[in-house]
Write a protein that binds this ligand. Structure first.
Ligand code: PLP
Length: 489
């Protein structure tokens, strides 16, 4: 109780205009008590656990080590870019001036905060050679939806809303979902044997009903779509727009600029490429940048600068698709991206991409004698290994993934791309050292050997983690949340 009173006193004293004499006490006045209906008053102790601070601290530290996370070990979850993020970005986002800013505090959001947003937008447009941007979307998928609505508004303004959005069969699942959500019909094209868009197939389905072609570059096999300029010419030839899913931009920064090779619209995943850990449903940010002709359709308000170079929220945009987020977007994710970009500068960003590509290819060179690659193109920042090489021993990608946990690593992505049935989509990211890449490669090779020698071990894996192999569907449907944690955990 004494600690509580001291905490409360310090908190109250930190508020401006309060003196010691005006401090409230912790006692509930009798008058206030009587307003609580008798049937709702507590009759005895609540029965909450009485714990010392040290026990609470140990409990949470223990919990944090039961799970795998990027601060604990390599996390090569392809396409999710689970890289280590500098802690200084978190510190900046935690500064009171940013963290306590209320979205309705227009005074606050017309000063430093809007300057951060304006500068961030300018830096992002500079990286991709686009002319205008919205920072509002709160995730990559939300960005896709926004970008497609912008395209729709553009076509409608030109008197023809169109019908189809074409996408390759390697696309991330959010792409077709966003297409349907924005009122379009997804039309899929097959990838060629090199993993790239089949240009002839594309030529055959492009029409004046095509609203857009949506590509990920590098695509989800990690392979650069090298024919983008030709594709852009074909797409623009029928009056359609070329959309880039920029979730894999971490392979291209400072090397290839999407706007220069023909992309009209793209979304960023700030929470993957520019700090803020991805995954776990945490806050994200999916800005959408566009070329000049699409700028009028961006959601309001757009952050622009006045004649004195001061940034402000521009609401006066009659062709805008309207508002796409409750407020201005996930502002603190923007702060982290701003710090990340300012710290690295253009040279640093290029290095990030070069290291991402080098690390991935080094890892691939170490394990490629043990796992296959279904498509022949050279991957960039990630590769999709194919575990069907182990099928003869009855081993699937999930067995490899589970056994990796025993060796202290998170698994690669297995759920997509759907065109690789036993996919192990591996993205080591630029932040891993050669030593940690080697340790991961050693584990992958060891697992391939175990598959041949002792496949049963892999079927039982993981055997060293607090929880063994789960029935995945049951685990998702039946959650067990309990206190105290059993000793055997
Ligand atoms: C290629 C690709 N596109 C789109 C997305 C969707 O992004 P978000 O999860 O932020 O909605 C992801 C997410 O991992 C992705 O990998």
């Amino acid at each position: 109780m004494t600690t509580k009173i001291i905490e409360k006193t310090v908190f109250e004293l930190s508020r401006p205009g309060l003196t010691g004499a005006s401090l409230p006490t912790t006692d509930v006045p009798e008058a206030d008590r009587s307003v609580i209906p008798g049937r709702m008053r507590r009759e005895g102790k609540i029965g909450l656990p009485e714990l010392a601070e040290v026990d609470v601290m140990r409990h949470f530290v223990k919990l944090s080590t039961l799970n795998h996370h990027v601060d604990k070990g390599l996390y090569p979850l392809g396409s999710c870019t689970m890289k280590y993020n500098p802690k200084v970005d978190e510190d900046a986002a935690a500064l009171t001036g940013f963290a306590s800013l209320h979205p309705f505090a227009l005074g606050g959001f017309s000063g430093g905060a809007v300057e951060v947003m304006a500068q961030l937008g300018e830096m992002l447009c500079g990286i991709v050679s686009h002319d205008a941007i919205t920072l509002q979307p709160a995730a990559g998928a939300h960005g896709e939806f926004t970008g497609l609505l912008v395209i729709r508004a553009y076509h409608e303004k030109n008197g023809n809303p169109r019908r189809d959005v074409i996408l390759p069969d390697s696309a991330h699942g959010t792409n077709p979902a966003s297409i349907v959500f924005s009122g379009y019909k997804p039309v899929q094209i097959k990838s060629g044997p090199d993993g790239l868009v089949d240009i002839d197939a594309l030529k055959n389905i492009l029409s004046t009903e095509t609203a857009a072609v949506m590509l990920t570059n590098p695509n989800t096999l990690g392979i650069f779509e090298r024919d983008v300029k030709e594709i852009a010419a074909m797409v623009h030839g029928v009056g359609a727009q070329l959309y880039m899913d920029g979730a894999n931009l971490n392979a291209l920064m400072g090397i290839v600029s999407p706007g220069d090779i023909g992309f009209d619209v793209m979304h960023f995943n700030l929470h993957k490429t520019f700090s803020t850990p991805h995954g776990g449903g945490g806050p994200g940010s999916g800005p959408v940048s566009v070329k000049e002709h699409l700028a009028p359709f961006l959601p309001v308000p757009v952050v622009v600068r006045d004649e004195n170079n001061e940034p402000f929220f521009d609401w006066d945009r009659p062709d805008s698709i309207g508002k796409i987020s409750g407020f201005w977007g996930n502002f603190l994710v923007m702060v982290k991206a701003w710090v990340y970009l300012r710290m690295l500068g253009s040279e640093g960003l290029r290095e990030v991409s070069e290291w991402a590509v080098l690390n991935s290819n080094y890892l691939l060179s170490r394990i490629q004698d043990y796992y296959g690659l279904k498509y022949s193109g050279t991957p960039m920042h990630e590769f999709v290994a194919d575990a069907t090489t182990l099928k003869e021993y009855g081993i699937r990608n999930i067995d490899v993934a589970k056994r990796l946990l025993d060796y202290g690593f998170h698994a690669p992505t297995m759920s997509f791309p759907l065109i690789v049935p036993d996919a192990l989509m591996t993205e080591p990211t630029e932040t891993e050292s050669k030593a940690s890449l080697d340790a991961f490669a050693d584990a992958m090779i060891k697992i391939a050997k175990e598959a041949a020698e002792n496949p049963e071990l892999l079927h039982r894996a993981p055997v060293t983690t607090p929880i063994g192999r789960l029935d995945e569907a049951k685990a998702a449907r039946t959650k067990v949340l309990r206190w105290p944690i059993p000793d055997d955990l």
